[in-house]
Design a protein around this ligand. Structure first.
Ligand code: ISE
Length: 335
């Protein structure tokens, strides 16, 4: 039985605690912490035997905590991951791994010093059945080489304090990760463009934006990013290959016929859209820790690759130029 401590008792934190308690076998959440201590106390009171810690740091060093799950605010991720590595404990960190590539490099240095993997990043789309099947078909080679990706990421809302840069570093970071995974390729250059702004969306940040990328092999990627005020939470992805295309399926929904119309609902909450992927992701993480002693899901290197692209894209805003996306050499641990 793996004893887990969760740092961050917001929406995804509470959701992961429920999942780790009710769905994922072989583990239990024994501790939680939150920047707002009250939030942690409230969550701990709902579960038998769960202790609320004052700080994430105290939770990380607590003797009963064997592995850490980080679901706190984005800017706090890297610091907690580094603390967990210092304590030599396995850590699952929600995306993004850090706010910058430079912080990811510190994490990579600390992890490689251990000589084994201790970090998994919460890029749950790898565990979504639709994306997994797209990858299987692309990898099989039956459609030839991938040439282009057309993707879109549409959200209903964002919390207060949301800023333009987060459209890339917090939202489109999923596409930055999944496209390199689907294509088995790295990025060469990228650019983010502001388009005509939606009159529905006047909260002080750019919306929508378009992310454009070129990969090392010359494939091109376009991602429409609507961070808020869309008609629903809608994630689409098409990969165009030499001999055909693959499309991400819509999530399961019952089709209704009435009033001379055929319709089906579109989800509004990302936690529901990827609920199955989150379940599989954490089940797999716990299982691989038990069986192999280290994770085999998205690594600190994957977290770094996405952050390098995000940093570059955010720097390109307003320049009207593609900027080179430059990564350090890949350490042997991630090969
Ligand atoms: C959230 O953290 C996610 O991971 C969602 O996939 C994304 O759509 C949302 O905008 C993020 O805030």
């Amino acid at each position: 039985m793996l004893n887990i401590g969760v740092i961050g008792c917001g929406a995804i934190g509470r959701d992961h605690i429920r999942r780790l308690t009710d769905i994922v076998p072989g583990c239990q959440v024994v501790a939680c912490a939150d920047y707002f201590e009250e939030a942690a106390i409230k969550v701990a009171a709902q579960y038998e035997g769960m202790k609320a810690y004052k700080t994430g740091e105290e939770l990380i060093t607590a003797p009963e905590v064997q592995a850490i799950v980080i679901t706190s605010s984005d800017p706090s991720h890297a610091g907690y991951v580094l603390e967990a590595l210092k304590a030599g404990k396995q850590v699952f960190c929600e995306k993004p791994l850090a706010q910058s590539a430079a912080d990811c490099e510190k994490i990579i240095a600390a992890e490689t010093a251990h000589g084994k993997r201790l970090v998994q990043v919460g890029f749950m789309r790898h565990y979504d059945r639709g994306y997994a099947e797209m990858k299987r078909i692309i990898d099989s080679g039956e459609l030839g080489a991938p040439l282009m990706v057309h993707a879109c990421h549409r959200n209903v809302s964002q919390p207060d304090g949301f800023q333009t840069e987060m459209g890339v570093s917090n939202v489109a970071i999923h596409e930055l990760d999944i496209c390199r995974w689907l294509l088995n390729d790295e990025y060469k250059s990228g650019q983010v463009l502001k388009v005509r702004q939606s009159a529905c969306s006047t909260k002080g940040y750019d919306n929508p934006q378009i992310v454009l990328l070129e990969t090392q092999s010359g494939a091109r990627i376009d991602v429409e990013v609507q961070v808020a005020d869309a008609y629903g939470y809608d994630i689409q992805c098409q990969v165009v290959c030499e001999k055909g295309t693959v499309n991400l399926p819509d999530p399961y929904a019952v089709v209704k016929r009435s009033n001379a119309t055929r319709s089906f609902p579109i989800l509004t909450d990302w936690k529901d859209r990827f609920i199955e992927a989150y379940d599989i992701e954490l089940t797999h993480w716990v299982k691989t820790l038990e069986e192999k002693g280290e994770p085999d899901g998205p690594s600190a290197w994957d977290g770094y690759a996405a952050c390098v692209a995000a940093d570059t894209l955010n720097r390109s805003r307003g320049t009207n130029q593609f900027l080179p996306i430059e990564m350090m050499d890949k350490p042997a641990l991630y090969k």
